[in-house]
Design a protein around this ligand. Structure first.
Ligand code: ATP
Ligand code: MG
Length: 314
């Protein structure tokens, strides 16, 4: 059964320069809701997005969207796929509405039809106030929304958005999230982002890519299960001594904080002890940031020890 799915089968890409951008990437996900691909700079996100959006050929491997091959049936794929590339910019002397109109007419809509769709799309992303303003007079956030409006104005229901919120202020980003949340009801959105909170909030499925290899894939809970540690206990005082019980691991967070990654049951037991000792801490299910850090770091440093015990004692 391939309908309603995005399937990548050992997709690899080596650029002419010899750079191996993708190394046998395989996965399958339903083309429903939001999929977020996260990974460091140069991990291969844009490369896979461009291949799936028929903008770039893979070196080897196959990919299909809803059963249609992105290489052999690229023209057919383009009918229901649309992309906002990472470096997409609006031409300065063009208004959002003009930009959307020309995009739609390029995709084969009549002027009359395109006009109607452009108007509906600017409303849907809530930029109708700016729809007729030249883009050099628009804020970065409005321009980003205009680009999203152009892809939703088309008939495409599979959207590739390569870092749609990079560089936006927290409020503009939240506004775009609410647009995407509305869109995902009737579109499949393939998103890349460096904002892990964004992936955590929006995505139904999340993939982690590093150095051209897909390291992990699943719902947030599935990723938690994958790293075996579903809970985190974070000490608020960095100087507090701490020993990890069996089946848990002490990690030093990006901010230098001490954390125990562990099971929910163990987190409970540790919390009780810490309360008795009067140690300040917080505990919660592991965040995507913690999962990402853990998985990517483990991949960089494969021989890192899996911990029980540790140099700290509590
Ligand atoms: N056109 C190209 N020619 C040669 N090498 C390329 C080209 N595009 C990307 N690369 C290389 O392929 C690898 C993957 O790049 P890609 O742009 O897919 O990463 P990315 O995950 O999108 O990174 P970022 O988060 O910085 O956007 C990198 O090593 C990059 O230098
Ligand atoms: Mg990129």
């Amino acid at each position: 059964m391939t309908m309603g799915e995005l399937i990548c089968d050992k997709v690899s890409k080596t650029y002419k320069t010899g750079a191996i951008a993708l190394d046998k990437v395989s996965f399958r996900i339903p083309t429903k809701g939001v999929f977020a691909l996260i990974g460091r700079n140069g991990a291969g996100k844009t490369t896979i997005v461009r291949i799936l959006a028929t903008d770039l050929m893979p070196s080897t491997g196959n990919a299909t969207i809803n059963g249609i091959d992105v290489v052999k049936e690229a023209a057919k794929v383009r009918e229901f796929v649309s992309i906002v590339p990472q470096e997409a910019r609006l031409v300065t002397w063009v208004t959002p509405k003009q930009m959307i109109l020309s995009y739609l007419m390029y995709r084969g809509f009549t002027y009359k039809d395109a006009k109607k769709r452009a108007e509906a799309a600017v409303k849907r992303v809530k930029i109708e106030k700016y729809a007729d303003r030249k883009s050099d007079k628009l804020s970065g956030g409005t321009k980003r929304k205009a680009l999203v409006a152009s892809v939703i104005a088309s008939e495409a229901n599979v959207l590739f958005l390569d870092e749609p919120t990079t560089g936006l202020d927290p409020i503009s980003r939240a506004e775009l999230w609410s647009v995407l949340n509305d869109l995902k009801k009737d579109h499949f959105i393939f998103l890349t982002t460096h904002y892990l909170e964004e992936a955590e909030r929006l995505a139904d499925h999340i993939g982690i890519i590093e150095n051209g290899k897909l390291l992990a894939m699943g719902t947030l809970d599935e990723l938690r299960k994958k790293i075996k540690y579903e809970y985190s206990v974070k000490l608020l005082d960095k100087n507090e001594k701490l020993r990890a019980p069996k089946h848990s691991k002490v990690v030093i967070g990006l901010d230098g904080s001490k954390q125990i990654l562990t099971s929910q049951k163990e987190a409970n037991a540790i919390s009780k002890k810490l309360i008795q000792k009067g140690v300040r801490f917080s505990t919660s299910p592991v965040s995507l940031e913690e999962i990402f850090y853990y998985i990517v770091k483990r991949s960089i440093n494969e021989d890192e020890e899996d911990g029980s015990g540790g140099e700290y004692g509590y």
